[in-house]
Ligand binder design. Structure first.
Ligand code: PAF
Length: 279
């Protein structure tokens, strides 16, 4: 596995890869888990060479968020990627990504203002800016993103369309613990007791999905009930539980195929997000 610590080094290594190779790209912020490795495996299956990046992107963190304490474990991450036979690990520094100053300059789709965008207003501009720049550096044919961050995946697809980028975006299903808890680098912040409570998020969402599908009561009422239940079991704050169309992210007021339930909630200073398809 080639490890490139600058754009220049990356350019050198990319030039040595056969020009007709299909390049798969897995951008990450590190602290890798099975969810990331699933993205890598998917990329391996569909591409000739896989490039993974690790860059903790400052522009997608708001003031008071966890930028400084975001888990950094470069050696362990590199070993995991090496074991997956990744061709290149790209570890750019902020100067490579933000040569003209650390700021976001891509305006994301308007649907960046709902759900995550309400609570993390800087997030999608930061994500779109870094992903666009990484795409410019890596020039992949395909890029792989997890459905756990479904809104992020959707906004990135819109960006690729808006800028007519010749890159296929591949969505990879959320990887979960046996308990149902969605894998996330931020799960590292949870104490054992919090982890137990965290598992109830998936159960609550599944319950809403079942009730919404049975059309016993309107989605809005089910979401309110689930929110109350999560507060009851120990979540401090529930930012949102919402039922939306997965193709447009518009709110739905009754069950219909192609809907998805989205949630974000706080547990002991850790913010968890998850989503489930309603089919
Ligand atoms: O999902 C992530 O890990 C990040 O938001 C991404 C896409 C790597 C951009 O920094």
């Amino acid at each position: 596995m080639h490890i490139c610590r600058s754009k220049k080094e990356l350019e050198g290594v990319l030039a040595s890869i056969a020009p007709d190779s299909k390049l798969g790209f897995v951008p990450t912020m590190g602290a890798l888990h099975e969810g990331h490795l699933r993205l890598v495996k998917e990329a391996q299956q569909r591409c000739d060479a896989v490039i993974a990046s690790i860059f903790v992107n400052p522009t997608q963190f708001g003031e008071g968020e966890d930028l400084a304490r975001y888990p950094r474990q470069e050696e362990a991450d590199a070993a995991l990627l090496e074991a997956e036979d990744v061709t290149v690990l790209y570890l750019p520094d902020a100067g490579d990504i933000y040569p003209d100053g650390v700021r976001a300059d891509v305006t994301p789709h308007a649907m960046s203002k709902v759900m995550e965008g309400v609570f993390r207003p800087q997030f999608f501009a930061g994500v779109c800016t870094v992903v666009k720049r990484l795409f410019e550096h890596v020039k992949p044919d395909m890029a792989f993103f997890g459905e756990k961050d479904f809104q992020q995946l959707w906004i990135i697809k819109q960006m690729v369309e808006e800028f007519s980028l010749p890159i296929g975006i591949v969505a990879v299903p959320t990887q979960r613990e046996v308990s149902g808890l969605a894998l996330s680098s931020r799960n590292q912040y949870l104490t054992d007791a919090e982890r137990k409570t965290a598992r109830t998020l998936y159960a609550a969402l599944k319950n809403v999905v079942e009730v919404v599908m049975a059309e016993e009561s309107p989605p809005d009422a089910c979401c309110k009930l689930a929110k109350a239940r999560l507060l009851d079991v120990g979540f401090e704050v529930v930012d949102y539980i919402e039922y939306r169309r997965e193709d447009t992210l518009e709110l739905l007021d009754r069950f219909q195929p192609g809907g998805r339930l989205f949630a974000a909630a706080w547990l002991g200073g850790t913010r968890l997000i998850d989503n489930l398809a309603v089919r």
